[in-house]
Write a new protein. Structure first.
Length: 235
């Protein structure tokens, strides 16, 4: 018998804008998204958290938001910085503040942790979030021994150039067909409209369409993949 394959489809940036909220909600209600990561600093986070409270099947984690960069004029430039990401004390204080806000909005602890633009892959943010994940007893993206992260469903190159073929139906079907045994988190960024100044914008509508495509849902069933969430992990 083939080893079991479990899949969490996690949508990042929940709460960053109304359009992103609408996309994630549709991708959960009509598609294969099972989990989302909430950005608590943005006004639309209130709406996102309310949906999460009313729909517990969509597990909610904390998408730690410390900064955002965009690739412009042959280099990465900051769009905003919440705290200096090299300052461990400032990072720890901000992460604690965002955890408090998450609990206030959602009414419980996050089911998982990750960070905007994967800033926690670098120190000292990595250590701060590892400590938070251990205290909460939840997985931290890229750092979990039980959940393997897959970021292959993404519509840009490392320099921010469009890569639409990476978020097409055929691409997602290939990811599903080659999914390894065990538990995998597939990252995604669905959204509707264009209400946010961000380098990843037009791609969100394409992701939404693919995540809701009946061929994707049929492939998951045919391949024997079991959808789950961070709030409903397999034993």
């Amino acid at each position: 018998m083939a080893a079991a394959r479990y899949l969490i489809v996690n949508a990042d940036d929940f709460g960053q804008s109304p359009g992103i909220n609408r996309g994630i909600i549709e991708a959960h209600a009509q598609g294969v998204v099972t989990s989302a990561s909430l950005m608590v600093r943005w006004p639309a986070a209130v709406e996102a958290a309310a949906y999460g409270r009313a729909h517990p099947a969509l597990s909610l984690g904390l998408h730690v938001d410390l900064a955002e960069w965009a690739y412009r004029n042959d280099g990465w430039v900051p769009l905003y910085e919440v705290v200096p990401t090299h300052d461990r004390a400032a990072v720890a204080e901000e992460v604690s503040r965002q955890l408090v806000t998450f609990r206030r909005l959602v009414g419980r602890d996050p089911t998982h942790l990750d960070s905007h633009q994967h800033v926690h892959l670098r120190e000292p943010v990595r250590t701060v979030l590892l400590e938070s994940a251990r205290a909460l007893a939840v997985p931290l993206r890229h750092c979990s021994t039980t959940v393997c992260y897959c970021g292959d469903f993404y519509g840009q190159t490392a320099e921010g150039h469009p890569l639409p073929e990476s978020i097409g139906v055929e691409r997602l079907l290939h990811i599903l067909a080659t999914l390894q045994p065990g538990l995998t988190e597939l990252g995604c960024h669905p959204g509707q409209g264009d209400d946010l100044d961000t380098m990843y914008s037009r791609e969100r509508a394409q992701e939404l369409s693919v995540l809701c495509d009946p061929r994707v849902q049929a492939a998951i069933v045919a391949l024997g993949i079991e959808l789950c969430s961070f709030g409903n992990l397999p034993a």
